[in-house]
Ligand binder design. Sequence first.
Ligand code: GTP
Ligand code: MG
Length: 367
Amino acid sequence: MHGSPAVARETLVAALAAGARLAGPGEFTRRAFFHGKIDLASAEAVADLIAAEHTAAARAAAARLSGGLAREVDALHASLDEILEELAAAIDFPDEVETPPAARLVERIAGVRARIAELAATWERGRIVREGVAVAIVGPANAGKSSLLNALLGDERALVSELPGTTRDTIEETLALDGTPFRLIDTAGIRAHADRLEAAGIERSERALDQARVALVVVDASTPISREARDLLARTRERERVVLFNKSDLGRAGYDQREAPERGAVFGSTGHGTTLNEVRAALSSLVVTGETIDLSRPHLGTARQADALLEADRALAYAQETLAIGDPADLISGDVLRAVRALGELTGREADERLLDAIFARFCIGK
Ligand SMILES: Nc1nc2c(ncn2[C@@H]2O[C@H](COP(=O)(O)OP(=O)(O)OP(=O)(O)O)[C@@H](O)[C@H]2O)c(=O)[nH]1
Ligand SMILES: [Mg+2]
């Protein structure tokens, strides 16, 4: 890196001002392309960058960025700007400024990519905060699934009755446990000999079970384990799950029959506060703290932000490949610009058009 990027930029822009006046911005790119100095992807990247519509969208996007994230992305932006300026200076003043060695460029780009990867990881972890952890409450008919949902919510949300087959359609409610939202999905009880409507409900239960991250299996502890309960317990063993042997107030025949994998199951009643606490604790222990995100740290908030970062990362990966196969270092300018532009969509920072013109003017005039 040379002394002061700001000075280099000024010098560069001043030195090229005369040349830049000869043609409009897109002109240089086009010429450079026709002269075979840059590839089509680079030419397109610059053309896109110069397109004016982009800036309004970028500014609007910037307004939605949290301060911490904006600073983080700005830092990445600045690193890439420095790389561009070094490349431009080397092209302009080949006698005074050496072309940055490929190894150093690769290393610096890798540094930027590592920070992008860290930010991208916050998007994955943030999914839990944004979308909640889906929990399918499943079990044989009449086991007490809807009673459990109501008790956890502290609300008579779902119909409860002594008749099996009460719940026909899935019901979903959100419950926050230790700051993590859980989406509790009450489902139709599973049993053979269901009527048509109930069978349709059971199909939905199966789908909810397939799609949910966590299975909350409720079975009747008071009577011998039914075939439905046995099947469901066996099917959910490899998954993240919480098992409640319910209706402990009525007996424990079923609980005593449980197999080894169900040894850690909760044994209790939907009417008991201690049982509810055990179920809550079991649910929240499934979501280890490392998986959730610290909202006070910079993190990505929207899919669009994640896309923009990915786009920047792809461009930089391409630049690294170019360097890896030993092509001239200045060929990566287009890719680095594409990355700068993608980051610009996050922060609303505009690329310095004069600098861009200068760089691309050099591709056709300076060399
Ligand atoms: N004694 C006792 N009864 C319970 C307990 N939990 C639920 N029940 C009763 O069991 C019956 C069935 O409860 P529901 O919550 O409707 O059961 P469900 O699993 O949702 O049943 P379906 O929707 O038909 O699959 C109701 O009469 C509840 O009052 C419990 O811990 N002890
Ligand atoms: Mg029910």
